[in-house]
Design a binder for this molecule. Structure first.
Ligand code: SAH
Length: 218
């Protein structure tokens, strides 16, 4: 099945039409085969305007949300980026096309394994995936020019601020378990942080030491 027409339509109607203008982001999303990151029975829905289940009670984010979060990082191409919540690996693949290296953390081993396999098949070789609690970041590889968190957090985990380079951008959903505000935090040269609210959103919970406890998940 050739999904290139559906993919182009997705980029035009759901992403560009809603105001994402970063050409490199639009280009990456026009080429990454999103249908390969969902299960076989859902492939025909892969370019629809929605999130989809990927197993283990997790979801692949809506295309517009992937585009918006990626664009909010304002990537140039030479960055090292930390992603929390590999999930299907789709967002990882989009980032992989746009930066030098992607470090991605996923707490559920089967999802990380599945993502690794597809990303390897696509010969995306600039990605490191680690299984574990991403709320503590990835200290060995810090600082990062960007940190993208694909799960909702009650607060901003302080390790992310610590692991952000000067001028680096952190994009994450902050709120309760039902709804969050997509938030961008930029590390300033004077050591401070500038905080902006981008839009409302709804993500699965960020579970871990600096996120929600497993017991609190309904
Ligand atoms: N970007 C992914 C979205 C996956 S949903 C995609 O497009 O497919 C969010 C993911 O975050 C889930 O896979 C969930 O298991 C993972 N997650 C939640 N808490 C985490 C944590 N503390 N560390 C790493 N991954 C986490």
């Amino acid at each position: 099945m050739d999904y290139s027409v559906a993919r182009r339509r997705m980029v035009e109607q759901q992403i560009a039409a809603r105001g994402v203008t970063d050409k490199r982001v639009l280009e990456a999303m026009s080429t990454v085969p999103r249908h390969l990151f969902v299960e076989a029975g859902l492939q025909s829905h892969a370019y629809g305007d929605a999130s989809l289940p990927i197993g283990e009670k997790q979801t692949i984010s809506q295309p517009y949300m992937v585009a918006s979060m990626t664009a909010a990082l304002e990537l140039q191409g030479d960055e090292r980026i930390l992603e929390i919540g590999t999930g299907s690996g789709y967002q990882t693949a989009v980032l992989s096309r746009l930066v030098k290296r992607v470090y991605s953390v996923e707490r559920i081993a089967v999802l990380a394994g599945r993502a690794r396999k597809i990303l390897d098949q696509l010969q995306m070789s600039n990605i490191n995936i680690k299984i574990g609690d991403g709320t503590i970041g990835w200290q060995d590889q810090a600082p990062f020019a960007g940190i993208l968190v694909a799960a909702g957090s009650p607060d901003v985990p302080t390790k992310y601020l610590d692991q952000l380079a000067v001028g680096g951008k952190l994009v994450l959903p902050v709120g309760d378990q039902n709804q969050q505000i997509l938030t961008r935090i930029i590390r300033q040269e004077n050591g401070g942080f500038k905080r902006e609210q981008l839009m409302g959103c709804r993500f699965v919970p960020l579970i871990g030491e600096q996120g929600w406890s497993l017991e609190s998940i309904s």
